[in-house]
Design a protein around this ligand. Sequence first.
Ligand code: FUC
Length: 753
Amino acid sequence: MRNLILLLTLFLEITANASTPESKFCLWYRKPAIQWMTQALPVGNGQFGGMVFGGIRKEEVQFNDKTLWTGDTSHYGSYQNFGSLYIEDNRLDSVTGYRRELNLENAMAKVTFISDGVSYTREYFASFPDSALIIHYTASARGKINADLTLISAHNQSVTYTKTGASFEGKLDLLSYYAKMSLKIEGGNTYVSGESIHIEGANALTIVLRGTTNYSPESPTYTYPESQLKPRVDKIVTNALNRSYSALKKRHIADYQSLFNRVSFDIGGTANTLPTDELINDYNANGYKNLFLEALYFHYGRYLMISCARGIDLPSNLQGIWNNVNNPPWNSDIHSNINVQMNYWPAENTNLSELHSTFLNYIYNEAIVHNQWKQNAINSGQSKGWTLFTENNIFGYHGGFMHNYVIANAWYCMHLWQHYRYTLDKKYLRNTAFPVMKSCCEFWMERLVKAADGTYECPDEYSPEQGPAKENATAHAQQLVWDLFNNTLQSIEIIGVDKVDAGFLAGLQDKFAHLDKGLAVEASTGQLREWKYSPNSVGSPHHRHLSHLVGLYPGNQISPLGDTTIFQAAKKSLFDRGDPSTGWSMGWKINLWARALDGDHARNILNLALHLSKSLGVDQNDGGIYQNLFDSHSPFQIDGNFGACAGIAEMLLQSYTGTLQILPALPSAWTSGNVQGLRAIGDFEVGIRWSEQGKKATVTIQSFAGKACTVSIKNAKNCVVKDEKNRILPVGLSNDGLIRFSTEVGKRYTIDW
Ligand code: FUC
């Protein structure tokens, strides 16, 4: 009998498990989150967002706004937690069928369970069109929604409650902030007592929450009048509450999917049979077989980007927008020696080009509109241009000179140029990118020094974050200045030589012609030299930074299609740096191995990156992921999520030479798959459906600018190119293995082999 009861309990527990979610690309779990960093699920509208725990009796939604910083234009400060909303229902007893999920296909978090025969559904999303966080509680029976709502300020401000909402306000060093929550309660009884709103016996509950500050990216004071803050937030919340929940949801999904659905990617594997935490363990225990996790991780990168890089002209920070403390690691700042750049690596190739603007416009504002970055140039001994240092707050101020790192300006300019290469938007190039690039060139043209060997060198440089702190001509700095000058010269050709001051052009050409390119091979090791003069020429084997390979990726100075001696040296350096590392370092290596055309090695790194990181604190050697698929540096740092996402796209399609390389670094394990909607330089959109490890494929290329198209295919022996009407074009593989054809604006072409 006891055994029978035991069996029955077991049976009940099993049947009580939640069914799998309907959507394929979905993170899901059988338990609420306990830990913010590793388990809670992020939602965000690009600026404002939250972390959903999914607690049954006590739910917490912790929230952030990208602008909530301490500090100002002369004090560093740090990114702050905004607060939390607690929603409690102590009447709930035992629960079955619990499921917590984050659906990447519609950007909604959801919690479902059954208690006392009643099904409960809780939905959460951060709406871009309605500018707020929306939470919706329903139950399958009437009168079953009981909720005690408590709003908490992360800076201990007192909260004002009414029967229909709550708010708090405060001031940090420079910024004023304000958060407001409003409720739509269907049925039941509501009253306020103590520090909570109590709802009893309602049929449904909708919560609208928004918090922000009076930060203004373009204003000379970085603020707009404090008096406008509350009316703005109140209006947002009232407008949202005036819509029905179904309208809010519909608007959110339509908006989100207009970005997310541009790209699809599938390489098979088994979806959804396991909750995500178990999926990760199973993946690691079974030889990385279930490819579904790899595709899920790619989609998560795009999801996160849409959720933290929209709206206000401020880049996503070290944690995107998500942060639950007031003293986050590295202040959760805008870190310029790899991190903020990596946050934007998926922007162009994964078809989220307009999201790049949150970074590009920030660069423009700081370099042209505000004064601090111009002052940085002066403080660094230059009379012209602008620059920045490693650590940056949102007020243009730096966190100390940190080995100078003035070279960050050239790296930022690479982003400005890349956006042009993908979009071919000449107006943007002329008005936004070029003035910033030109000014950056002026800084470097003045700063370069002539070396004994007759080349121009960047003085007092650093190779993050190792080796001598001040040495001329590190490979890193030289490659970045090479990239800057090269791109600026190309910009001038596009804008028109007559539009540019002749003296500037002549000076730039001269400096470029005599620039040390930062590409030297160390004969004793076969590696690319990291330092030109230091006897320690090749860096520490396992160092996380790959600064001297910036020309291989994200730059395009080093390429297997170019100087192969230099490329082989770069590849040797990459190999010798080893595979496991911090999260972002592995994100970088995926891209580097993809550029080295080694898909299996790129995937090896991805395999390593997809292990559960055990460290919760700062550790330079335990990169991986957490249960919520947040990248672990450790601790959580979002750059690695974006590095891997961009890297997966780079394995499938490369176009940095101007030629579309199809499946250039396809891992052998990805035997068949389908990716649609990737973007290539020259304003092309590309889809690839392949099988037999790429021996068979159908490639679709849509031309938006009508430029001539050159395609390189690794595996094809023969191929057929067709236009939209299915007519075979008289082109095929030429002797050099390339396919060339002219295109018309908006037309679609297919290549089959
Ligand atoms: C750079 C890296 C660290 C960390 C920090 C935020 O300084 O070297 O690993 O990612 O940024």
